[in-house]
Design a protein around this ligand. Sequence first.
Ligand code: PLP
Length: 408
Amino acid sequence: MKHNLLASIAICIGIFSTSSAQSSEFVSSGFPQLDEWVKSCKVERPNALGYPGNYASRLDGFYQWYTANNMQNILINNAGDPFAQSGALSSLTFEREVIERFAPLYGFEQDNLWGIVTMSGTDGNNHGIYFGVNYLKKKTGKMPVVYVSDEAHYSNYRLCDVQNLDVQLIKSDEMGRMIADSLEAALDTTRPCLIIYAMGSTFKGAIDNQQELNAVLARHPEIEVYRHVDAALFGGYLPFTQYRYLVNRQQIEYESISISGHKFFGIDSPCGLFLTTREVYDNQASFDIAYLNANMRMISCSRSGVEPLKFWWLLNTVGIEGWSEQASAMMENTAYLVNELRRIGWPCWNNEYSNTVFFRRPSPEIVSKYNLANSYDDRFGGPLSHIVVMQHVRKDIIDQFVKDLQGN
Ligand SMILES: *Cc1c(COP(=O)(O)O)cnc(C)c1O
């Protein structure tokens, strides 16, 4: 009752209008703890430079529509396979459409496609690794060895632990790319190979050189291979840049890919995309579950029905055109940050296709003010920090940051 009243007052005074200025409006919940928390989120958001969230995204229209229909009171659960069924009280039809509409950006063809909206980039990696293991086991009768670089996101290594897999951490070069010779030296030629390509190493923003690494694997035709691409952050913006070939499996072969929805695409809670081929799907162990009347290939039973709707909403409101503009602006602002750091003589580095810039670590005050992420590498003089140039990291905040550095 109280809630509805609040909502109607809010609508009357226009709090939920789509104007971007409205996000500074404050509505009390009646709970001081929640009110404080909301205020701190609004203060910290503009200065969040160290992690890859998109804090310029707008889902106002989505929530207006959703709550105006009181959909917040109906459980929407996508337990099931979006390519096999479309139960009531699910959004599986929309989930499937989302997968089908994103697929061409990554070079998947509609007649050889399977995928889901995941809970996160990690969940997509979990599916990639699990599907890869099952695929290779089915083809060879043997468990694979997993190869992943020591600069790849930690979730990959963690998931190999969860799935109890043998994993080889391969050394990276100084800019963060897996070293091809080290891969070749580590290859176990008696077992299949599940290789994970880092598409955006966590700290330096490197992309493993898939062409070079694929060439190593091609020299060992006796080894059956499955390639999963961990593209949580970069898989979002690369399709909208000149580097789009790097995520296109028509140009650089791979079997599956994971992309986060709450990074570039700007969804307000963790989710993602997992895409693979029908061939991989068809070579999984089948899980026919009678009570669900379904063949459950997904690792989780219940899955969010709301995140696919947000994806669908953004596809139809921001869309290819909007994301292309955002990606260009991000690339421009990344170049601007690099130039500004060079102008003031602050040592910094950046991979050409990457929106991540790493540099000599500033004072703890600056690290904390801008929520920077830190690392350490002797090859670059020791302590480092990085900025991930997402949509909200524009010239004004870069100028402010560089000014703070000069006074440092
Ligand atoms: C963010 C990230 C992850 C983890 O994804 P979540 O969506 O946070 O689970 C994995 N790999 C890379 C390359 C990332 O950037």
